[in-house]
Design a protein around this ligand. Structure first.
Ligand code: GLP
Length: 245
């Protein structure tokens, strides 16, 4: 893993935005895996700003988001699709037909997961996957547990994750859907390149376990150690507990 520690959240956001913009310049039909959560929001704002200034042509790029809540439709304000629309898609010239999302309102959720895997394959696989990390070490919605699932699948969300996502649902964790759909660990590891971003002291423990710890299903992000092209962008607070590698 290539670990970069930067001065603060804004520096992390700029570095992530630059990395994505560069990838877009190198490959106009980039297939980008995207994450939600608070951490990448400033990077998405930076990408919108860059686009307005003429830097970043998204017209041929495709995006696949990591995950979506189950049981709510795409128009629900708490959905990750709406989150991405607000924070990124409305501000760049992406072709709406190239925005891929799991449909949490599908009647057959297992078939929906298969459809998503197929769509990723059909697009030629993910070139660059952006990841945040949950304070419990989850990536996408791959929660810690006795086992991890390779392919896109349904997930029952842990109470702590529903709490972390409460701001999208009027600050009430009981309003956060109990289930979600998420790319699996294998789906994520198949991305050709991965950039993980984390900021703030509440990520210091899970980041130390992710980069220095043993590979365990108890810290899903620790599996990234086996990938050959992972960059970890951290602010000083999130990097506080890592030991030099
Ligand atoms: C959600 C998303 C994850 C994200 C995590 C961290 O659970 N499913 O993909 O990494 O939030 O969120 P934050 O960046 O707000 O800490």
């Amino acid at each position: 893993m290539k670990i970069t520690v930067l001065d603060g959240g804004h520096a992390v956001a700029r570095a992530l935005a630059r990395s994505i913009a560069e990838a877009l310049r190198e490959k106009a039909d980039l297939v980008l895996g995207l994450a939600t959560g608070r951490t990448p929001v400033d990077a998405y704002a930076e990408l919108r700003r860059m686009h307005q200034e003429g830097d970043g042509d998204w017209s041929r790029a495709s995006t696949f988001n990591l995950d979506e809540f189950a049981g709510i439709d795409a128009g629900h304000p708490g959905s990750f699709r709406q989150f991405m629309r607000r924070h990124l898609f409305d501000g760049v010239n992406i072709d709406p037909t190239r925005i891929y999302f799991l449909n949490g309102a599908a009647t057959d959720l297992d078939a929906e997961c298969d459809r998503y895997e197929e769509a990723i394959r059909g697009a030629g696989g993910i070139d660059l996957q952006v990841l945040g990390i949950g304070s419990n070490g989850h990536i996408g919605f791959n929660e810690p547990g006795d086992e991890l699932i390779a392919r896109t699948h349904r997930v029952r969300l842990l109470a702590s994750t529903r709490q972390d996502n409460a701001s999208l649902f009027g600050d009430d964790p009981s309003h956060v859907p109990a289930e979600a759909l998420s790319m699996g660990i294998g789906t994520i590891l198949q991305a050709r390149r991965i950039v993980l971003v984390a900021t703030g002291a509440n990520k210091a423990d899970c980041i130390a376990q992710t980069v220095n710890g043993r590979i365990t299903t108890r810290v899903p992000a620790s599996v990234l150690q086996v990938h050959r092209d992972v960059e970890v962008l951290l602010d000083r607070a999130a990097a506080l507990r890592i030991s030099p590698i």
